[in-house]
Design a protein around this ligand. Structure first.
Ligand code: ADP
Ligand code: 5GP
Length: 205
């Protein structure tokens, strides 16, 4: 009955977006992950079509003028983009769609689709952020520095979001995000005309 939500999650690298989103998707069956395209090299264990659609720079750049992306951005020297068709299809089917994207991308989505729900994930501290990026062990020393040095600037964008969630304990962060999505779906502004129409139709049968 409630309108499908477009849920946008951003935050600095290492805040735990991937970890939180994975558990959220397991717990919310009507929440579908939009798999992004990227020109970044796969990390060990990452699978094409599961974590990302891994794409060459040439193919990515060809898809930009073809209007294939809902949004796209260059993040840490690589392209990342949200395939448009998947998002539209899932929203039309009535499913909630999750985008885990960077701030530049989120701001583009906010322009095109302001009724989305914009959530920023924060680490409990900068020290813990560093521990998590280093502890993940997936980046070179140089890439770690680049990501950590961007973090403070990225965090200053939190005010452009509707909600911020501190990822101290994963279970608690996931519970907060679930509550946000459920509350957004119950907002009176959501599809209320259709709900009333449906009740009227039922009564007139
Ligand atoms: P992001 O997607 O934001 O870059 P990840 O989900 O990859 O971050 O998490 C970065 C690292 O921090 C991973 O090693 C992950 O296991 C760890 N991590 C994530 N959330 C927590 C948490 N709440 N407490 C402790 N470690 C966490
Ligand atoms: P990573 O390389 O760690 O997987 O992702 C790097 C950054 O790119 C993260 O901030 C992640 O949220 C962002 N990202 C992933 N997919 C997309 C996307 O489709 N669009 C944009 N704009 N950013 C993305």
């Amino acid at each position: 009955m409630n309108k499908a939500q477009l849920v946008v999650i951003s935050g600095p690298s290492g805040a735990g977006k991937g970890t939180v989103c994975k558990q959220l998707l397991q717990e919310m069956k009507n929440l579908k992950l939009s798999i992004s395209a990227t020109t970044r090299e796969p990390r060990i264990g990452e699978v094409d079509g599961v974590n990302y659609h891994f794409t060459s720079k040439y193919d990515f750049e060809k898809q930009i003028p073809a209007d294939s992306f809902f949004e796209y951005a260059k993040v840490y020297d690589n392209y990342y983009g949200t395939p448009k068709q998947y998002v539209i299809e899932e929203i039309e089917k009535g499913n909630n769609v999750l985008l885990e994207i960077d701030i530049q991308g989120a701001l583009q989505v906010k322009d095109k689709y302001p009724e989305g729900v914009f959530i920023f994930i924060l680490p409990p501290s900068m020290k813990e952020l560093k521990n998590r990026i280093v502890g993940r062990g997936t980046e070179t020393k140089e890439a770690i520095e680049k990501r950590f040095n961007s973090a403070l600037k990225e965090i200053s964008y939190v005010k452009q979001y509707d909600y911020c969630v501190v990822n101290d304990e994963v279970n608690e962060a996931v519970a907060s995000i679930k509550s946000i999505i459920i509350a957004e779906q119950c907002k009176v502004k959501q599809d209320i005309k259709n709900i009333i129409l449906k009740f009227k139709e039922e009564l007139s049968c």
